[in-house]
Design a protein around this ligand. Structure first.
Ligand code: SAM
Ligand code: DTB
Ligand code: SF4
Length: 336
């Protein structure tokens, strides 16, 4: 006969509080901040060492973006040219059709991309929007590309619909540390983002989640963002885009002072150390970045880039220039 002590019994009976879109502390903000504070060479050495333990250091993933539904977004994200709250001169459009997306996917594949990410400027898609995007996902998958989508907040069942269409990754960024977030966005909160990430995970879709640096946050707040990402439960994201703010005229952050480029490199290094198996993507902001800084980002453990002349609405380096840069650095695109 098995005996149960009173304490064991009590422990079993006490209901556990529902995890508030679980985070699990693998990295304290202090520990992440201590990485940021390392001498630059020590930080890069550590990041490169971790990188080599988990990845082929010569390989870079090429991910192409396509804005499948541009502008007219009701959210007020202070960095974003697609918000209706700011006059950025952008013309809003409807959801793209299957044929146009197929052609864009074929061009991306032809140019050597292996991942195709579709972005839509929605606060949250409606059921019929999700069904329409599911069709686009099937189209992209049929071209032999990995499919990623970023459509805003997902409701019950949406992630499953996208998964069943073949979606590999869902991108939903935390964007900043919890204590800075409210300075940039007021129309939805941090917990909303965590809830969507939990839905994505729950459906078995891989998580692509990162943030933006250069929005006026402190170094400690950059550490706070990385700690949030690294502590996501049950595991950190498979894919971590680190965006440098692209300053767009008309947005509240248009005149934000420049971030020291080495601070951006540090952020990449800290992401690599705290999320060793993740694909860390050197994301928005490369057009404004020198090749030397990008080279440091690769040294710091970045192993993915957005590839193709456009991000969603703003520019990205030319394909030819990127191929030259990778060749110069002895880096090669990841093969499908
Ligand atoms: N509307 C959806 C959402 O926000 O969840 C998906 C598209 S939204 C444009 C995707 C991400 O792009 C944002 O979370 C943000 O990280 C990034 N982004 C948008 N504007 C940016 C900018 N000006 N500079 C850098 N990153 C930007
Ligand atoms: C991500 O983290 N960065 C991409 C993608 N996910 C969707 C978007 C960058 C957008 C930059 C501004 C623009 O082009 O509109
Ligand atoms: Fe809308 Fe996404 Fe832009 Fe925010 S980042 S304004 S949710 S498109």
């Amino acid at each position: 006969m098995t005996t149960t002590t009173l304490t064991e019994h009590a422990v079993r009976l006490v209901p556990r509080p529902a995890p508030a879109a679980a985070t699990t502390e693998r990295w304290s903000v202090d520990a992440v901040a201590a990485l940021f504070d390392l001498p630059f060479s020590d930080l890069i050495h550590r990041a490169q060492t971790v990188h080599r333990e988990h990845h082929d250091p010569a390989e870079v993933e090429l991910a192409t973006l396509l804005s499948v539904k541009t502008g007219g977004c009701p959210e007020d994200c202070g960095y974003c040219p697609q918000s209706v709250h700011f006059d950025t001169g952008l013309t809003a459009g409807k959801l793209m059709g299957v044929e146009a997306v197929r052609e864009a996917a074929q061009r991306a594949k032809q140019a050597g991309a292996t991942r195709f990410c579709m972005g839509a400027a929605w606060r949250a898609p409606k059921d019929r929007d999700v069904d329409a995007v599911a069709e686009l996902v099937r189209t992209v998958k049929a071209e032999g590309l990995e499919a990623c989508a970023t459509l805003g907040m997902l409701a019950e069942g949406h992630a499953e619909t996208l998964r069943d269409a073949g979606l590999d990754y869902y991108n939903h960024n935390l964007d900043s540390a919890p204590d800075f977030y409210g300075e940039v966005i007021t129309t939805r909160d941090y917990q909303d983002r965590l809830d969507t990430l939990e839905r994505v995970r729950g459906a078995g879709v891989k998580v692509c989640c990162g943030g933006i640096v250069g929005m006026g946050e402190s170094r400690r707040q950059r550490a706070g963002l990385v700690a949030q990402l690294a502590n996501l439960a049950p595991d950190y994201p498979e894919s971590v885009p680190i965006n440098h703010l692209v300053k767009v005229q008309g947005t509240p952050l248009a005149d934000q002072p420049d971030l020291d480029p080495l601070e951006f490199v540090r952020t990449i290094a800290v992401a690599r150390i705290t999320m060793p198996r993740a694909r860390v993507r050197l994301s928005a902001g490369r057009q404004q970045m020198s090749e030397a800084v990008q080279a440091l980002c690769f040294l710091a453990g970045a192993n993915s880039i957005f590839y193709g002349e456009k991000l969603l609405t703003t520019g990205n380096p030319d394909v030819a220039a990127d191929m030259d840069m990778l060749a110069k650095l002895g880096l090669r695109p990841r093969r499908a």
